[in-house]
Design a binder for this molecule. Structure first.
Ligand code: PLP
Length: 504
């Protein structure tokens, strides 16, 4: 999973970093190491990293003794560790085509591993001086990606849920008493967080295509203070019509918060012809945006983000911390964040990944080049994989897609002799189970399922006898570029699982 090229650099980078930090501690920092921990070539590391013999005070080495385990115990514990970890589903594999899960990019892993040895805390410049500056830089880049003005503010969070919580809290503070309006397909945590905030919620009416349409709100219902629009819904991967909703919101004095936790990075390819650009083009005008780098930004978990177009929102966060904010008069990120401790390593990993793989401006992936195309190409491959699978499902006599994917999430039903919701639900559940638990090697396939309600079944699955309030459908999130070439094989596995299911 981690290519040799990345793996073999880690020990050397670790010793360079340790040497430079130790030199800082003894006041000789200027002379130590190379000018950058990343600038070394193999062999350029200091010949011996500061250690037991380096003449440093004994207190530094207390740590070595406190590791407290002998080599035999270590071996045994490591064996148990690998055994436990290996019980996971193989998220890195193209035949894992289930939930929104994949390992981080090796670049994120490398930077995180290095930064974690320092363990910066981006609550304050006291705890993560450089990592906080790196976080400010990535927030600026995310802001540029969505078209926000340069003075927009924001920060990383531990998750999309916490990032949305902050945006909903700001929504409540700015329009106390007015409801927040969300679509029926908004992530479930919006209702949960509004409950926490004692913030009333209304569910937006839908148009014929199942998309939220605020113009259909009853004139008797209270005017929402903020509308939540999702670019990349969790279940179906839909991109809600931000352009249309924004026009209504502007005419009615309503704020807009965009939950682009899943879809945000697709902004990088919104001009490529692979997506409808209109909702993405409306992003610069919204009030706040959540984007999760730990979804499509190639990061490990623990990396969400929230951005606010109007920097004056920062005053809502005003608070006193008697323990921190002493080392600098610059903005400490804790001053504009609801969380206190946050992993500086998450900011460092995202900073490095963006340096390496994310262009400054949204760009068109160039299929004629095959190297170093970075995140835009990864996203384009995922999107193309989803369209391919959709085409194959449409052509198949065993499956039927629920709808054309709008990003890289594909939903579909197995065809059953009995054309009822309950028969489809049974088949979906059983095919998923067989693929993940009992299928042999060449039929293994990891899928997920999604529950649609009665009216969604009527809308998207015409011809199905609605004999139940719900129907369970199959769902594949094709969020790895490796999925692109695996689509024919995924389809073959699906067909064999279906055949076995029908054979009982
Ligand atoms: C659209 C959307 N919003 C919010 C979330 C919650 O994010 P997290 O799981 O990082 O808390 C998700 C998670 O899947 C999501 O898809």
């Amino acid at each position: 999973m981690i290519p040799e090229d990345y793996l073999r650099r880690l020990p050397q980078l670790l010793s360079q970093l340790e040497a430079r930090l130790s030199a800082t501690a003894d006041g000789s920092g200027k002379d130590a190491g190379t000018s950058s921990a990343f600038a070394g070539t193999p062999g350029s590391a200091p010949s011996s990293a500061p250690g037991i013999d380096s003449g440093e005070p004994a207190s530094i080495h207390a740590n070595q003794g406190s590791l407290g385990a002998g080599p035999a115990e270590l071996d045994e514990a490591l064996e148990a560790l690998v055994d436990r970890l290996a019980r996971h589903y193989p998220f890195h594999h193209p035949f894992y085509a289930g939930q929104m899960l994949k390992p981080p990019h090796p670049a994120a892993w490398l930077a995180y591993a290095l930064a974690m040895t320092i363990n910066p805390n981006n609550h304050a410049l006291d705890g993560g001086p450089e990592a906080s500056h790196m976080e400010k830089e990535v927030v600026q880049r995310l802001g540029r990606m969505v078209g926000f003005p340069v003075d927009a503010i924001g920060h990383l969070t531990s998750s999309g849920t916490i990032a949305n919580l902050e945006a909903l809290w700001v929504a409540r503070e700015l329009h106390p008493g007015r409801p927040v309006a969300i679509s029926a397909h908004a992530h479930y945590t919006h209702q949960r967080m509004c409950q926490l905030l004692r913030q009333p919620v209304v569910i937006l009416p839908e148009d014929e295509d199942g998309l939220p349409d605020p113009s259909r709100l009853s004139p008797d219902s209270p005017l929402p203070g903020t509308l939540v629009v999702t670019l990349g819904t969790t279940g179906l991967g839909r991109v809600e019509p931000l352009n249309r909703i924004a026009a209504w919101a502007a005419a009615n004095g309503v704020r807009i918060h965009v939950d682009a936790a899943y879809g945000g990075f697709f902004r990088l390819i919104s001009g490529s012809g692979l997506l409808d650009p209109d909702p993405w083009d409306a992003l610069p005008g919204v009030d706040s945006i959540v984007i999760d780098p730990h979804k499509h930004g190639l990061q490990p978990y623990g990396c969400g983000s929230v951005l606010f177009r109007d920097p004056s929102v920062g005053t809502l966060y005003r608070h006193d911390s008697p323990y921190t904010y002493f080392t600098s008069d610059d903005l400490h990120l804790g001053e504009i964040s609801l969380e206190c401790s946050r992993a500086g390593a998450a900011a460092v990993a995202l900073w490095f990944t963006m340096q390496l793989l994310v262009p400054e401006e949204p760009s068109t992936p160039d299929p004629t080049r095959n190297r170093h195309l970075g995140l835009p190409q990864i996203l384009a491959d995922c999107r193309t994989a989803a369209l391919r699978l959709y085409d194959e499902l449409r052509a198949s006599d065993r499956f039927q897609p629920v709808m054309k994917p709008e990003l890289d999430i594909v939903t579909y039903i197995p065809l059953t002799s009995e054309r009822t919701c309950s028969a489809v639900s049974r088949a979906s559940a059983e095919i998923m189970k067989m693929g993940m638990d009992t299928a042999s090697g060449q039929d293994r396939l990891y899928l997920s399922t999604l529950v649609l309600n009665r009216s969604e079944a009527e809308r998207w699955l015409p011809g199905l006898d609605i004999d139940a309030d719900q129907v369970r459908v199959l769902r594949s999130v094709l969020m790895k570029p490796e999925h692109l070439h695996a689509v024919p094989d995924i389809m073959g596995r699906l067909a064999r699982l279906h055949e076995k299911y029908l054979a009982g």
